[in-house]
Write a protein that binds this ligand. Structure first.
Ligand code: ATP
Length: 249
């Protein structure tokens, strides 16, 4: 599905990502973990083609055997629209404050897929219900909804569009503990029921342990360890992973 190979990123003469290699297998949840500044978000920006124009990138980002690094910006936007869906830390920033949710949800989903408004309403209503969101949120503005509700709206878009790859970058960091668990359960459900491949970026080891199949441990722009969650968490090999786990559990 997605394979990151020998990826390096340099900005302003500083190498921020060093020869990063890891797979994101189809149908699995892969979690990138590591402390703040370890390069998790930078790696995601490289995958999404959202690095600043002055960034230099080496290596390969292979998606279904196509190398994203070699694509034109236009081809990358097309591929991203068609196959990827991204949930960021603060959903409030993903929605425009002055537009009702129904218009924004339509733009993120039905419009992208060429559906009529009627088709969109029919499909979205069922999805919202499934996520314990009532219809009336469609008539609300983002500021009238809680952070948890907005994150669920983002997931509703993912459920609607059924992306090949869902990238969730610290999706629960802005949510309180109880809602975090609900959201993670929903991610798990999306993976279990739809087989959606998920790349989950989190600094929260409990979350990675509870939901991911595989983990990628990053430190200072490098991958220090990768493997199945049970292997890495039960028998960490790298001293940095051991330290992370010791300081956590
Ligand atoms: N736009 C930028 N220009 C230059 N350096 C940057 C930029 N964004 C991030 N960095 C640097 O790149 C390195 C990796 O940062 P990154 O944001 O990827 O870390 P992270 O693991 O996602 O951390 P966090 O969990 O705090 O978001 C850090 O040293 C950071 O200071």
């Amino acid at each position: 599905m997605l394979s990151i190979e020998q990826l390096s990123v340099e900005m302003n003469g500083r190498q921020l990502i060093h020869n990063v290699t890891f797979p994101v297998p189809k149908g699995h949840i892969t979690s990138i973990i590591g402390e703040s500044g370890s390069g998790k978000s930078m790696t995601v920006s490289a995958i999404l083609g959202l690095l600043p124009v002055h960034a230099q990138v080496w290596g390969d980002i292979l998606f279904n055997d196509k190398n994203l690094v070699e694509m034109s910006p236009k081809e990358r936007v097309e591929l991203r629209k068609k196959h990827f869906f991204t949930v960021f830390q603060d959903a409030a920033n993903s929605f425009s404050p002055s537009t009702k949710m129904k218009h924004q949800l339509f733009i993120f989903t039905g419009h992208k897929q060429g559906h009529s408004k009627m088709e969109f309403y029919q499909k979205m209503r069922v999805i919202l219900q499934d996520l314990d969101l009532t219809d009336d949120i469609m008539e609300r503005y983002p500021f009238e909804l809680s952070g948890g509700m907005l994150q669920r709206c983002m997931l509703a878009c993912a459920l609607y569009t059924e992306p090949t790859l869902l990238i969730a970058d610290e999706p629960t960091s802005a949510l309180d503990m109880l809602i975090q668990k609900d959201f993670i359960d929903l991610l798990k459900k999306l993976n279990d029921e739809k087989g959606t491949t998920i790349l989950l970026i989190t600094h929260d080891l409990d979350i990675a342990a509870s939901v991911a199949h595989a983990v990628v441990v990053m430190k200072k722009g490098e991958v220090v360890e990768t493997g199945q969650v049970s292997d890495v968490f039960d028998k960490p090999q790298h001293p940095y992973t051991k330290l992370l786990l010791e300081n956590h559990f």
